[in-house]
Design a protein around this ligand. Structure first.
Ligand code: AP5
Ligand code: MG
Length: 194
């Protein structure tokens, strides 16, 4: 199974991706987690990406592909993946689609779009900020990340919708309810395509 999560910051991409990876026995690939690991390790890529993460801006495409490509190819060869945070722009989606067209067994099979209102997104991210908060969980940066999603990421949904891959799922319920809804929608889509 090869899935992509598309949703704004705080919608539950990571929370649900961990569960989906376990349920379908596939790898969970979080672009944000991979970048935070590089930053923490002080690698060359991490040093170049750090300022973008801190501001809530997107890391330049060249760096993104450099970090993600080996993980995606490896996971594709071992049962599949749930991509959490990549592709994140129309340009990244088009590039990934183009690469997938040249290699068999890596193209996406479903795109999970979690729908959560801005008030709830803010509430969740501010709650996380008050606990173990990430470096980018500061109110001004959170607002910026949400704006970047609306401007750069949301337009990508049309690309996948035109290919019949998008399932829209209400992400405002409890974690278990949202999970059940995702699995139901993905399995229904796959059954329809089979
Ligand atoms: P990334 O790490 O992807 O962060 P994000 O999109 O800002 O999203 P979050 O991880 O904050 O939210 P989430 O949707 O995963 O929700 P979560 O499950 O954590 O990206 C970070 C940065 O990396 C970017 O800004 C950019 O700089 C860079 N980057 C990454 N990918 C890139 C790319 N492809 N190109 C360029 N740059 C890239 O949940 C949030 C909170 O809500 C948690 O506390 C959770 O416990 C809670 N919660 C979850 N579900 C529920 C629920 N149903 N009910 C109540 N609470 C819930
Ligand atoms: Mg996340």
């Amino acid at each position: 199974m090869r899935l992509l999560m598309v949703a704004p910051p705080g919608a539950g991409k990571g929370t649900q991706a961990v569960r989906l990876a376990s349920y379908y026995t596939i790898a969970h690939l979080s672009s944000g987690d991979l970048f935070r690991k590089e930053v923490a390790a002080g690698s060359e890529v991490g040093r170049r990406a750090a300022e973008f993460l801190a501001r809530g801006d997107l890391v330049p495409d060249g760096l993104v592909l450099q970090v993600l490509a080996p993980h995606v190819l490896d996971a594709a060869a071992h049962g599949g993946y749930v991509l959490d945070g990549y592709p994140r722009t129309l340009a990244q989606a088009e590039e990934a689609h183009e690469v997938a067209g040249r290699i068999s067994g890596v193209e996406l099979q479903a795109v999970v779009h979690l729908e959560v209102g801005r008030d709830e997104l803010l509430r969740r991210l501010l709650a996380r900020a008050a606990q173990d908060g990430r470096a980018d969980d500061q109110e001004s940066v959170i607002h910026h990340r949400l704006d970047v999603y609306d401007r750069e990421t949301a337009p990508m949904l049309g690309f996948y919708a035109s290919r019949g891959l998008v399932v829209d799922v209400d992400g405002e319920g409890a974690v278990d309810e949202v999970f059940e809804a995702i699995v139901g929608a993905v399995d229904a889509l796959r059954a329809g395509l089979a």
